[in-house]
Design a protein around this ligand. Structure first.
Ligand code: FES
Length: 106
């Protein structure tokens, strides 16, 4: 499945993600800058924050409880489409998924 990451300056990175891995892991593996993922995907750092593209938001769904708390602590502004990318699993249906990387990911 393809995942496209757009950073705050408009640079676009499209990667081939494996079904079953997280949107965070696909970014890190392919060297997409701005997905820091300090905790390595344990849902405890909030440095893998992304904004899910509007057209995919309903497919991706909302955050879980723990993720919800963490998103409140993310450095960049939280939006309705905010998710932690380590908690989004790549699936066939999500092929073409577009996410935006927030401006300040420490
Ligand atoms: Fe740490 Fe996602 S990688 S919360």
């Amino acid at each position: 499945s393809k995942v496209t990451y757009t950073d705050s300056s408009g640079r676009v990175y499209t990667v081939d993600a494996t079904v079953g891995e997280s949107v965070m892991a696909a970014a890190v593996k392919n060297g997409v800058p701005g997905i820091v993922a300090e905790c390595g995907g344990n849902c405890s750092c909030a440095t893998c924050h992304v904004y899910v593209g509007e057209e995919f938001a309903h497919l991706v769904g909302g955050p879980g409880d723990m993720e919800d708390d963490l998103l409140d602590m993310a450095v960049s502004e939280r939006r309705d489409t905010s998710r932690l990318s380590c908690q989004i699993r790549v699936t066939q249906e999500l092929d073409g998924l577009a996410v935006e990387i927030p401006p300040d990911q420490p």
